[in-house]
Write a protein that binds this ligand. Structure first.
Ligand code: BTN
Length: 321
């Protein structure tokens, strides 16, 4: 009901709609409309209510609580539970704690702010309040542990599609886990798992998206960007989360059912900023210079060394030369 009311207000942005008209079009009492308006205001929407005129939307809110996400998602049974935290060290760390306690498949942890956001290779992830999406999805896929790293590419393609659909901004995918706009990073993915040699217990996929960030700390300005900085528009983070989950499900299902995320990898190849480029791959102390040739059907990067040898790489930190 709240989504219907919000849509009616959005269609009339700037103009008043009477409570009576709203109650007729949504099919609920005027008291129910009044209650829903209060809830929408609590969610951060700026709504002007005037006794004889009715209601008008002044500004859409960008609250990130569970009910805001669920209202953007509509009826979408995949998401089992949303845990919203105003402040947390890291949604991935929290996700692992929840998973150890038995959290179900498709539990989402989302935070307004991370005080110890983690990137790959022990780096920090800048996660201030109010600007970005800092979230982790707990999964228990019925796949071999060796097939789990490809989930990063499932998440990367789902988020790239979601940003394009919701914000109209085209995204490049840098194998295996970065989303770029132009030459700068807009989203990073950190996939962590718990497994025995042949049995996967759970996977936590953490995504950090710079959505409405207006300014980055000096040390990040050359490498990081946000959807706002590239489009000069702000976006509701809850819509990006909802769109991500909807894009993720079919790609994830294919991976679970066949052990290969064919469609996700196709999308990654088609939108890759890595393929065809001369790259350097860091694997611990090891540094490999090569040309990125392809992404295999398992999600590995196929590279050609300067002596013509072709090999595959399952993980590593890639930089473009
Ligand atoms: C990277 O590019 O190095 C990966 C960055 C991943 C950041 C996200 S933000 C939500 C989740 N929680 C974390 O602590 N990290 C991931």
């Amino acid at each position: 009901m709240k989504t219907k009311i919000l849509n009616a207000l959005k269609d009339n942005q700037g103009k008043f709609i009477s409570g009576e008209m709203l109650s007729k079009s949504v099919g609920v009492s005027r008291t129910a409309i009044w209650k829903a308006m209060n809830q929408l205001k609590e969610q951060g929407h700026k709504i002007d209510s005037q006794p004889k005129k009715g209601y008008r939307l002044l500004q859409e809110g960008d609250a990130l609580n569970a009910s805001a996400i669920e209202s953007s998602l509509g009826n979408f049974p995949f998401l089992k539970k949303t845990i919203y935290l105003n402040k947390v060290d890291s949604t991935n760390t929290h996700g692992k704690i929840e998973a150890e306690k038995g959290a179900e498949e498709a539990t989402l942890i989302i935070a307004e702010q991370q005080t110890g956001g983690r990137g790959r290779l022990g780096r920090n992830w800048h996660s201030p309040p109010g600007e970005g999406l800092w979230m982790s999805l707990i999964l228990r896929p019925p796949i071999e542990p060796i097939a789990a790293p490809a989930l990063t590419q499932v998440a990367a393609s789902a988020m790239a599609k979601a940003i394009l659909k919701t914000c109209g901004v085209p995204i490049g995918i840098k194998w295996p886990n970065d989303l770029w706009i132009g030459q700068k990073k807009v989203c990073g993915i950190l996939t962590e798992m718990s497994a025995e040699l042949s049995r996967l217990h759970y996977v936590v996929i953490g995504l950090g998206v710079n959505v409405n960030t207006k300014e980055f700390p000096l040390e990040l300005t050359d490498i990081a960007t946000s959807i706002f900085l590239e489009s000069e528009k702000t976006f509701r983070r809850q819509d990006i989360v909802a769109s991500f989950l909807k894009e993720f499900l079919p790609l994830y299902k294919e991976h679970c059912q066949t052990g290969r995320p064919k469609k996700a990898l196709e999308y990654c190849r088609d939108h890759s900023v890595t393929l065809g480029r001369d790259i350097t791959i860091l694997q611990g102390e090891n540094r490999i210079c090569a040309k990125a040739m392809d992404i295999t059907e398992k999600g590995e990067l196929l590279i050609e060394l300067s002596d013509g040898t072709v090999q595959t790489v399952l993980s590593g930190e890639v930089s473009l030369r």
